[in-house]
Ligand binder design. Structure first.
Ligand SMILES: *Cc1c(COP(=O)(O)O)cnc(C)c1O
Length: 440
């Protein structure tokens, strides 16, 4: 059986198999890979209550015919080894999907672990190591570093914007050592992302090493993220019969695209609402404005501080007509003051502690009209554990946030990183120097 191929968002003639798309990260023309067509799945035949089995079944049509296909069950068992519980807040109307029970306490663990499980099993015998490049606004880098740490034949380069991640996130980005090198870039997340894209197109570097990206531009992060949307939609729609609508804290739009893909696959998903912080490029566009990417601004929900979201390119490729796109998803923008107020008030109302990102989704729900809230079942996507942002959250709720054991373990490790300017030359020099240091 041959699998579905993946085509570039820029030139549909540029295609790749599943394994090729995962290794390349970015298509050679600078576009992003997306499925060439969508398999027909029958939701009623899916194993709704077992995440790993569901993942293997959903992803199988994409991996069919690929060298990784035979290992897919094992890959999914390794990546989906922790739960994604759905908890009712207002039974029958509002629930929360908790995606923060993995090793670094954010939803990025799902995609990062799936990608790592795939790349370490790539059957090509490598003559040189594979370097994974990752630009992070805070959570991706930690999840990717944790997933790839000590994997043979693979090294990881993490770029984060200096001073723009929480102290807990910084510890997660810098505590690894070994095959993980971390750089604090004097700039924004968008600078980090630009540097990764430039490195990719850098011919001399490409000659010296195999490069891949673990950002949400990589298909290997997005496909596994469809799985928890599928599981939630099956579980809730199964009980109540109606499609399930999601409110997704969004930045680079990877998690949003995964939800749209799950809906394309035929899962019972209704509305998709993108909850952005004060970085309002996407909400302004969806409200009818022009597309105006801009530098990101720093907010409390820092993992969503993105002014020029990469995955917009995938959204536009799915819905080339702006009117169609505006019908497919909606968006809103929430400022820091509203985040603070929402964390306080939902703690009093539900006894739930939100991280600042999840609070953006909770605020977006509160802003829906009563008619919209009654139009179906809504699910808030909880993207990170509040303890990752305890410096922000604890003063608002008036006490400490209990730390999950996985996070506490990371604090026992020493931290190391180098600081660099936000330009390609500085990064190239730092990469060569730190490679020399490592080999000494
Ligand atoms: C990365 C991240 C987001 C944004 O996800 P995108 O896929 O970039 O839109 C939201 N919340 C948290 C906690 C994150 O780490």
């Amino acid at each position: 059986m041959t699998g579905i191929r993946f085509q570039s968002t820029r030139d549909t003639a540029v295609t790749a198999s599943f394994g090729e798309a995962l290794v390349r990260g970015l298509a050679p023309d600078g576009g992003l890979y997306q499925p060439q067509h969508w398999p027909m799945i029958a939701p009623q035949d899916l194993p709704a209550s077992d995440l790993a089995a569901l993942a293997a079944q959903l992803i199988a049509p994409f991996a069919a015919g690929d060298a990784l296909a035979a290992a897919l069950r094992e890959i999914c068992a390794e990546a989906f080894s922790f739960p994604a519980p759905v908890i009712e807040l207002d039974p029958g109307r509002l629930a929360v999907l908790e995606l923060f029970h993995g090793p670094t306490a954010a939803f990025k663990d799902f995609g990062a672990r799936f990608l790592a499980a795939c790349l370490t099993r790539m059957p090509v015998r490598r003559t040189r190591p594979l370097t994974i490049l990752v630009a992070t606004s805070g959570d991706t880098g930690g999840a990717v570093a944790a997933a790839f740490h000590e994997r043979p034949g693979i090294d990881v380069v993490v770029l984060f914007p200096k001073g723009r991640v929480s102290p807990t996130q910084q510890q997660q980005l810098t505590c690894w050592g070994g095959n993980v090198r971390t750089f604090a870039v004097r700039g924004t997340f968008d600078d980090c992302q630009r540097l990764v894209k430039q490195l990719f197109l850098d011919a001399p570097l490409r000659q010296a090493r195999d490069l891949s990206s673990a950002n949400s531009i990589n298909l290997g992060r997005l496909l596994p993220q469809t799985v928890y949307y599928a599981a939630t939609a099956l579980a809730l729609a199964g009980v109540h019969g109606d499609p399930v609508s999601f409110i997704i804290p969004s930045g680079n739009l990877g998690n949003a695209v995964a939800c749209i893909w799950a809906r394309r696959l035929g899962l019972p998903i209704g509305q998709i609402l993108l909850a952005h912080n004060a970085n309002s490029t996407v909400p302004e566009f969806l409200a009818g404005g022009s597309w105006r990417p801009r530098p990101s601004i720093a907010t409390l929900a820092s993992a969503m501080d993105v002014g020029d979201p990469s995955n917009m390119e995938r959204l536009r490729a799915l819905y080339p007509d702006s009117a169609q796109l505006r019908a497919a998803v909606s968006a809103c923008s929430v400022d820091d003051e509203a985040i603070r107020t929402r964390i306080r008030s939902d703690y009093r109302r539900f006894g739930r502690i939100w991280c600042p990102h999840t609070a953006v989704a909770a605020e977006a729900y509160a802003r829906l009209s009563e008619a919209q809230r009654r139009s179906g079942r809504w699910v808030l996507v909880a993207t990170a554990h509040p303890a990752k942002f305890r410096e922000i959250v604890a003063p608002l709720i008036g006490h400490e946030v209990p730390m999950p054991p996985a996070l506490a373990q990371l604090f026992a490790r020493a931290s190391a990183f180098r600081e660099i300017d936000a330009d390609l030359g500085a990064l190239r020099r730092a990469l060569t120097e730190s490679a020399d240091e490592t080999s000494k």
